[in-house]
Design a protein around this ligand. Structure first.
Ligand code: ARG
Length: 462
């Protein structure tokens, strides 16, 4: 078997060693990018005087055929195809002959693989961004549908204060909005062309790197060749980004798993996103959400794995860095499933308003009582203490706070007046939070519009 680098070698590579080092089984996914990179490279080799116009045409025609073979799923892999770069070059030579051997002039697989991976990631970042927007759209639509449903807001998973269901759901829309901002920002660091760095020292041929960047759609070119072939920050950053996104999805999933339990019963998942039990006929399990939560561990694992791979490497390229692709691909694959699944769960979610109201504890109005006293001039600390005692009595007497008689309240403070009971409704409590960021009707309606705008989801004006 001939290896592209075989000249220096007299002995064969051990068979297991070959399997160990070959990356084609996973980096074959880079074929569109590898071919694009080579197409652009052939063009600048003309400027550098390495290829004649006619030779470049031949090479580019050959690459076009290789692309067609991949696209038709007809590319034949041969033993000796170590990775996508060698596979494409080997096939090119079969198609166009010896001129193919000129294509690798002035470049190395070190700058080539970094270029391919960046091109690949840029394509997938665009797709993930759209999927994030898709989930935001589902969140916004569901929030709008149930804009004024009041539910218990939790801290420590204990009922805390009444909030709008829409407010709770939109909180995830904002997390995703930050994820999009972060993605836009990290894209700047992905969008840098390493090609032309060659193995580590730069290329001695007169390569127009700016033309190369323009041709391949990169916004910038790397300015230190040693850094360029070593750099995997853009992948570490992307994986860290993905871990944050998954943590958001996981927390949404966790809320919905709890809310869909029989004990809560706030929401019901659509059959399309649930599965049954093989033994318990009554079961309807939120597997979609459990998998979203579960896969978060896997994404965090890919991130930490690559950090560990990078940390001890000496400068420039080492084969360790080939280990960047599987965690990257796996993470992109995972997110391209979890995001649309989450969107499907949210848009088909059934909200049981009656069940939500049934579960609401009047003790969530305790803050209202304390605020009432504070409005009448009592220092809040003192009000808090007095209302604590009222709550204690309400528990002892099993009497909800909102039906506590005025006379009973007045035993705790003479400041309580006839207007106290109108304050003690969940709607009133929610609507009093009317400032920016609050759960009041107007605030949430405004918030929804703002998110729609920032997410790029404004309805087209007629
Ligand atoms: N398959 C290799 C990778 O993914 C390509 C770069 C190989 N470079 C080298 N010097 N052996 O990293």
């Amino acid at each position: 078997m001939t290896q592209l680098w075989g000249g220096r070698f007299s002995g064969e590579t051990d068979a297991l060693m070959r399997q160990f080092q070959d990356s084609l089984r996973f980096d074959i996914r880079l074929w569109p990018d590898d071919i694009s990179g080579s197409m652009a490279w052939a063009r600048v080799l003309v400027g550098a005087g390495v290829l004649s116009e006619a030779e470049a045409e031949t090479v580019r025609g050959g690459l076009e055929s290789v692309r067609a073979e991949f696209a038709a799923d007809q590319f034949g892999i041969k033993p000796g195809d170590e990775d996508i770069h060698t596979a494409v070059e080997r096939r090119l030579k079969e198609l166009v002959g010896d001129v193919a051997g000129k294509l690798h002039t002035g470049r190395s697989r070190n700058d080539q693989v970094a270029t391919d991976t960046r091109l690949w990631l840029k394509r997938h970042i665009a797709q993930l961004r759209q999927q994030l927007t898709g989930l935001q759209a589902a969140i916004i639509a569901k929030a709008e549908e149930h804009l004024n449903v009041i539910m218990p807001g939790y801290t420590h998973l204990q009922q805390a204060q009444p909030v709008r269901f829409s407010h709770w759901l939109l909180s995830f829309g904002w997390q995703l909005q930050r994820d999009k901002d972060r993605l836009d920002d990290l894209l700047k660091r992905v969008d840098v062309l390493p090609l032309g760095s060659a193995a580590l020292a730069g290329t001695p041929f007169a390569i127009d790197r700016l033309a190369l960047a323009a041709d391949l759609g990169f916004a910038a070119v790397s300015v230190n060749s040693m850094d360029a072939v070593a750099d995997r920050d853009y992948i570490l950053e992307f994986l860290s980004w993905a871990a944050i996104v998954q943590v958001h999805l996981s927390r949404l999933a966790e809320d919905l798993i709890i809310y869909s339990s029989r004990e809560f019963g706030f929401v019901e998942l659509d059959d399309a996103y649930s599965t049954g039990s093989s033994i318990m006929p009554q079961k309807k399990n939120p597997d979609s959400l459990e998998l979203i939560r579960g896969k978060t561990g896997r994404v965090i694992g890919s991130m930490t794995g690559l950090f560990a791979t990078m940390k001890g490497q000496p400068s420039t390229y080492n084969k360790d860095s080939q280990e960047d692709k599987e965690p990257l691909f796996d993470t992109v694959d995972t997110l391209s499933m979890t995001l649309p699944i989450a969107a499907g769960v949210v848009s088909t979610l059934k909200v049981n308003t009656a069940a939500i109201y049934d579960q609401m504890d009047s003790a969530m109005l305790a803050t209202e009582l304390a605020d009432y006293l504070a409005d009448k001039g009592m220092p809040f600390r003192e009000a808090h203490h007095i209302v604590g005692q009222i709550v204690r009595q309400s528990i002892a007497l099993d009497q909800p706070l909102f039906s506590f008689p005025l006379a009973a309240l007045q035993q705790f403070s003479p400041l309580f007046g006839r207007d106290v009971h109108e304050r003690l409704t969940f709607n009133r409590a929610a609507d009093r939070r009317a400032g920016i960021g609050g759960t009041g009707a107007g605030s949430v309606a405004q918030q929804l519009e703002l998110l729609r705008e920032q997410a790029g989801l404004e309805e087209d004006e007629e």
